[in-house]
Design a protein. Structure first.
Length: 289
């Protein structure tokens, strides 16, 4: 079934309610219990909302556990187990986003140049074929702080100056996650993806750089590369392209990893913030490959 969503303050469909948070990115969906099997109609409505708003949020999903979180994500494609996942065999697809991940980030930040450790990223961009979707569930949250910001990377591209768009055409940027993978007993070559990618389902041009993975523009010297990356980073930081989500117990976020980049706001000290993530694999086909 094909679902088309018009731009309006609220959309109702078969008991579900879609409430946009920003004009182009972020919407809350209510009226569905993610711990129970989805109907085909609900699945298609959620997917259409995701393509339209890049990230969708669900509140009060207190019955959702690791098994049902994985089952919900599996409605949208095969699951991918991240090589640094720390979990038992029963919860293998679940990757725990917790303090060790933050310690690794801080160590890499201390070792690298400021702009290339800016924090905006897409998950598994270090793979030749990155995962397309992610479902993140709140487990243990600080009383305040710890929000996550998602950026509409398509709108960020469209907002570039024409001369910058022309300059980016055909350029590739590196994605280097080897230090974390080696620490987990794995290895993977450094890959390079186009800075501007075509979204296979929507056809949108996406500004796609991972600032946590030592980006370097291929074919440019370091100074020229950093100047171009700074311009991209400035786009990501503009509030008009962002949605900021305040986590609460029972909150779930589901985003299109091809259409958005995100950043966790680390303003909660040493609280053991914990979220469980399930990744959804993509087919090895991109319109720009």
């Amino acid at each position: 079934m094909t679902v088309t969503l018009e731009r309006r303050p609220e959309t109702k469909f078969a008991g579900l309610t879609l409430s946009p948070l920003e004009p182009t990115i972020g919407a809350e969906i209510s009226g569905v219990d993610l711990s129970r099997p989805l109907s085909t109609e609900d699945r298609d409505f959620i997917k259409a909302a995701l393509l339209r708003y890049k990230v969708v949020f669900f509140r009060d999903q207190h019955a959702l556990d690791a098994e049902s979180q994985a089952a919900f994500a599996a409605n949208f494609g095969p699951l991918y187990t991240h090589p640094t996942t720390r979990s038992d065999a029963d919860n293998k697809p679940i990757h725990k986003i917790e303090p060790p991940d933050l310690q690794l980030f801080e160590a890499r930040k201390a070792a690298g140049a400021g702009l290339v450790q800016a924090g905006y990223h897409s998950d598994t961009s270090w793979r030749l074929v990155p995962t397309w979707g992610a479902v993140l569930r709140a487990i243990d949250l600080p009383e305040v702080g710890g929000d996550t910001v998602w950026v509409d990377a398509g709108a960020a591209y469209e907002g570039l100056k024409p001369e910058t768009k022309a300059r980016l055409e055909g350029l590739h940027v590196t994605h280097d996650f080897r230090d974390a993978l080696l620490a987990a007993g794995h290895d993977y070559p450094i890959v390079a993806h186009p800075i501007v990618r075509k979204h296979r389902e929507t056809g949108a041009s996406i500004l796609w750089v991972n600032f946590t993975q030592k980006p370097q523009v291929i074919g440019l010297d370091r100074a020229e590369s950093n100047a171009l990356l700074t311009e991209i980073l400035d786009q990501y930081r503009k509030p008009e392209y962002q949605v900021r989500f305040k986590w609460r117990p029972g909150s779930v976020a589901f985003w299109d990893n091809r259409a958005a980049v995100h950043i966790a706001i680390r303003n909660y000290g040493d609280f053991p913030r914990l979220l469980d993530r399930v990744l959804i694999a993509d087919e090895p086909l991109w319109t720009d490959l």
